[in-house]
Design a protein. Sequence first.
Length: 214
Amino acid sequence: MNPDTTQKPTIICEDEFLVVIDKPSGLASTPAPNTPNVLDYFSGCQVVHRLDTRATGLLILAKNAQVQTTLTEQFADKTVQKVYAAVTKNTPIESEGVLQHWLVKQPKKAKVFTQQVPNSKHCELSYQIVQKSERYALWRIVLATGRFHQIRAQLAAIKCPIVGDTKYGFARTTANGSIYLQAAQLSFVHPITGKELAFSLTMPEDWQKLGLVP
């Protein structure tokens, strides 16, 4: 099933320099063939960082090149704080820990594999299982590295694919085509005012149908 493209992004914060949005599933972070993207709704803005098309959550867009450059530098310096939430059907052996893998990208498949081979890249994340329902687990995830599809591939590597993520081993898609991965918390320094900004999102309603409590 194709991702649901009927939803529009929600503005969380906006001023003359930047806008922070809650990106719905079905919108690409950057222009992509045959796929709607966030810039369709925010013409003239510039992308600072990315979020998977089928994932949801907090995304920053810059309104000029200077702001984009400054924010990009914050991401490069790892001063931007990001926390992700994810839901899986399977649960890891340990309720919290660190996952380390090597990823190799296969561009033709738009996918990565956990395999240590020449040109593969090291990746690392820390996680905590913060809640369980009868059949599902809610994860809190912080990345130490920022690789393409990193969370999706690493959770799949320990046999805990994200709900709806058929590309990485989940049995079936969701009703709206989304995967249950959310950029749930984001904090950074405003590139012009110097003020620290922090944002957080509540759990998507679809996740609550799995017995999880916001």
